[in-house]
Design a protein around this ligand. Structure first.
Ligand SMILES: *[C@@H]1O[C@H](CO)[C@@H](O)[C@H](O)[C@H]1NC(C)=O
Ligand SMILES: *[C@@H]1O[C@H](CO)[C@@H](O)[C@H](O)[C@H]1NC(C)=O
Length: 393
């Protein structure tokens, strides 16, 4: 301890204090997504491996032996959370995380639901992505572009050299499996098998979106010779792909022998290795319920005209919504200037913002409606007369 510079010690104590103060529902390696970016250099020295909550012994060992890769694991965990929130921002369950809870995604993950399936897949693919990227950049000791793996091939366009960093994703996927799957390898119950399946689906999704990228050489850019390598594409594509797999997730259950998962409804198709699988139906996430980690949708913004999940009908679970007018600033009248920038003006607009009502709507509208009904008027006439009044200038 004493050999470390004092600044390092202070940092270490701070991080240890932050992490130890987190209450744990069931913390896992996801807690690494909460390590602040400024502390990444600490992760790289391997000194905090014992202070990260939720790691099992095998993961702590990997943390100590591969501190450089751990930096990528933290980045990957963060990428996963960010992508999950981007994909689900319009849904009742919006992948919210809690800074003060080392289980990160809260009790929602205790159930073997579709949401849990997605979170496992997107986190594991986030780690593959981050480790592979670090490897390409030469940041990892044990993974580098193998200069001996080079060659020449020919296709309909001509000759090309291949090589470079194409193999990195294999290292990324291998490390992701080694580290993340370690927890699930201890017990072989249905939930562990579900997690393993979805972790793998996440790793495969990254591989699926690797693309051969080429650079042209040859006489005046004739492209008779190309240098090609496999490169990762934007992670958003992986997120969107896994989101589509979430929509089509396959419900499974343990087979009779108790050693593998089988499709729950025999009329449905079997799950492929790229599909997400889940065990239990999801709650509706309409109301706040701390027991299952549901935040409820009271106060959430919704879209009055949309029929999708962000539409007020679905988002508010039929509880209705409030409207307020808000001033919002956005870019407008953008012009492209040669060469090469875009200049925009800022416009302020008044927009109607709709937000879901809470579970106990104020009783007054109902009372009023009842009164009208008693007088033989329907709630509808009440509404339309309101409109008429509003439209008179
Ligand atoms: C998700 O919704 C809750 C309310 O239900 C809100 O407090 C939270 O900020 C949202 N999280 C994200 C990441 O959008
Ligand atoms: C609301 O939904 C409609 C229909 O899907 C869409 O055209 C509109 O852009 C959405 N509004 C906002 C503010 O997202």
């Amino acid at each position: 301890m004493n050999s470390r510079p004092p600044a390092l010690n202070r940092h270490l104590l701070l991080i240890a204090a932050i992490l130890a103060a987190l209450p744990c529902v069931q913390s896992t390696w996801w807690s690494m997504s909460q390590i602040p970016m400024q502390a990444l250099s600490m992760v790289g020295t391997g000194v905090i491996c014992d202070n990260i909550p939720g790691l099992i012994a095998r993961q702590r060992k990997l943390c100590r032996s591969h501190p450089d890769v751990m930096v990528s694991v933290v980045k990957g965990a963060k990428i996963g959370v960010k992508e999950c929130q981007a994909q689900f921002s319009q849904y009742r369950w919006n992948c919210s995380t809690s800074d003060r809870d080392s289980s990160v995604f809260g009790k929602v993950m205790l159930k073997g639901s579709r949401e849990a399936a997605f979170v496992y897949a997107i986190s594991s693919s986030g780690v593959v992505n981050a480790v592979t990227r670090a490897c390409s950049k030469g940041e990892l000791r044990r993974c580098a572009c193998d200069p001996t793996k080079k060659g020449q091939s020919r296709d309909h366009k001509g000759i090309f050299d291949w090589g470079g960093c194409s193999d990195n994703v294999r290292y990324g996927a291998k490390f992701s499996r080694l580290f993340i799957d370690a927890r699930e390898k201890r017990v072989r119950d249905a939930r562990a098998l579900m997690n393993l399946h979805n972790n793998r689906a996440g790793r495969r999704a990254v591989k699926k979106f690797m693309k051969l990228q080429c650079k042209c050489h040859g006489v005046s850019g004739s492209c008779t010779i190309r240098t090609c390598w496999l490169a990762m594409q934007d992670f958003r594509r992986v997120g969107a792909f896994l989101k589509s797999k979430y929509n089509g997730a396959v419900q499974v259950m343990m087979n009779q022998e108790g050693n593998a998962l089988m499709v729950a409804n025999t009329h449905h198709k079997r799950a492929t290795r790229s599909d997400l699988v889940y065990l239990e139906d999801s709650p509706d996430y309409c109301l706040q319920d701390t027991g299952i980690g549901s935040l409820g949708t009271a106060g959430r913004e919704c879209n009055k005209t949309s029929l999708g999940p962000e539409g007020c009908d679905i988002m508010c679970c039929g509880r209705g919504y409030d409207v307020r007018t808000e001033q919002r600033t956005e870019k407008c009248e953008c012009k492209f200037h040669w060469c090469c920038y875009v200049q925009c003006k800022e416009c302020t607009k008044l927009v109607d913002v709709h937000t879901c009502k809470g579970p106990n709507p104020t009783p007054s509208p109902n009372i009023r409606r009842n009164r009208y009904r008693r007088r033989g008027k329907t709630a509808n006439t009440h509404h339309s007369s309101n409109n008429v009044i509003r439209n008179i200038p």
